[in-house]
Design a protein around this ligand. Structure first.
Ligand SMILES: [Zn+2]
Ligand SMILES: [Zn+2]
Length: 433
């Protein structure tokens, strides 16, 4: 046996594959990226709270049929991008590729229709799509979203759009455009789809579009193939084909946006890639960036598609990584330079030994203090304090540890003073004020 092992090692003398990498399309969020991520997350959270949304979360895993029926068979998400798995018990599950269907599933499951309507819900968490990784398209990314479930009133369409517009405002992202459209309802959409499909069938379209013309004609307008681009311009426009109720609904959404002074442009060719949308759809774009920042719309039929009662709803979502990329591209500074913490310097073994409990004492007194036990020399520690913008440095040397005192040094003026240890917290607080 040992002989065998040796043989194997010899023949497989290549580098052992013991170094791991993140799976394709996924990434680590390293410490220097967190300030931006946290800024976006906190802004999203406070915005949701401001607009009276309540937080919800759903499992990362759902029954795969939820998305097949909710998002739709003919969509990219379900056909190409969804991660499916079969459990040992034989259940077919999916990593959630989006949140809207799970949130609606939760609304139905927990009988939220019995609570005052509409329900305003928000979420933030990871979603998974097996896309071809391109710049800033991750297979695991973080989605923030808001949903208003239980009302068909156009004022809620406007509220969602306004909330997402405010999100970019609060993050200081400038030149945001909202593209908006209405894609009609059960009454008016079928006739339009037929028109669209007939128009495209006469043209020399790509293979994907040939399938779309049969299965999902609205998606014809979403084709990215250069071959199909010229056909869009003269394609029948849905806005000309809306039923009176949809036209009225859309007009009211726009009136609310006008009232709130939210800039938008009509894009009669905007359709969303998901089957559950009806009436209002929108996407927000930043000047100079091709991908949408946020997108959403009304989904009055989703509840029925997944086995609930008819429940009108509207919502939208944005990818945190996308927003972070825009913030980076635009060179937006997300936060004022952080105020440094007080730095505690130890010199010598005895002082090092005591420094740990000393730091704790300051923390208990509500003073943010940090130290670096791995550094021994005074100068190295001073350097570190300066690098971290410490407003004050506490020098606790051999002498001070005997005398139960500590030196407080003001880093700006360079003035230092010896104070008794028992008064240190109080003195530090005074200086920080
Ligand atoms: Zn309609
Ligand atoms: Zn095409």
């Amino acid at each position: 046996m040992p002989q065998d092992n040796k043989e194997k090692r010899k023949s497989g003398d290549k580098k052992p594959s013991n170094s791991f990498q993140t799976p394709k399309g996924t990434r680590d969020v390293l410490p220097d990226e967190w300030p931006v991520v946290e800024k976006i997350t906190n802004t999203a959270k406070s915005l949701s709270e401001f607009y009276n949304f309540l937080r919800i979360d759903t499992p990362i895993l759902e029954q795969s049929d939820l998305f097949v029926r909710g998002v739709g068979l003919g969509t990219d998400i379900v056909e190409k991008e969804i991660y499916l798995l079969t459990t040992k018990g034989g259940d077919n599950l999916a990593l959630r590729p989006e949140y809207t269907a799970p949130v609606m599933r939760s609304y139905i499951q927990h009988g939220m229709s019995h609570l005052p309507q509409p329900r305003r819900l928000w979420y933030i968490g990871p979603v998974f799509r097996h896309e071809t990784p391109q710049a800033m398209r991750y297979r695991q990314f973080t989605q923030f979203g808001m949903e208003i479930i239980g009302s068909a009133d156009p004022i809620f369409d406007a509220e969602i759009i306004i909330a997402f517009y405010r999100l970019s405002e609060e993050l200081k992202i400038k030149n945001v455009t909202i593209e908006i459209n209405s894609i009609g309802c059960k009454t008016c959409q079928p006739a339009y789809k037929k028109k669209l499909s007939e128009y495209y069938k006469k043209l020399d379209i790509c293979d994907d579009c040939k399938t779309r013309a049969e299965k999902n004609p609205l998606r014809l307008l979403d084709c990215k193939d250069p071959k199909c681009q010229p056909f869009k311009q003269t394609a029948p426009v849905i806005l000309d084909n809306l039923c009176p109720a949809c036209r009225q609904h859309f007009r009211q959404v726009l009136e609310y946006l006008d009232e709130a002074k939210i800039p938008y442009v009509l894009n009669p060719r905007l359709v969303r890639g998901l089957d559950y949308y009806s009436r209002t759809v929108f996407e927000t774009f930043v000047e100079g960036e091709t991908a949408a920042l946020a997108s959403g719309g009304r989904y009055d039929y989703l509840a029925e598609l997944i086995g609930g009662r008819s429940t009108p709803a509207v919502g939208a979502a944005a990818g945190i990584e996308r927003i972070a990329e825009v913030i980076k591209n635009k060179g937006i500074s997300v936060q004022p330079k952080a105020k440094g913490k007080v730095f505690l310097i130890h010199v010598g073994d005895m002082s090092k030994k005591k420094s740990l409990s000393l730091v704790e004492e300051f923390r208990r007194a509500g003073i943010p203090v940090f130290n670096e036990p791995s550094k021994e020399s005074l100068s190295a520690q001073m350097e570190l304090a300066a690098k971290n913008n410490a407003p004050l440095v506490l020098i606790f040397g051999q002498k001070e540890s005997y005398e139960e005192s500590i030196i407080i040094r003001d880093m700006e003026s360079g003035v230092q003073e010896v104070v008794p240890l028992s008064k240190a917290a109080e003195e530090v607080k005074k200086r920080l004020r």
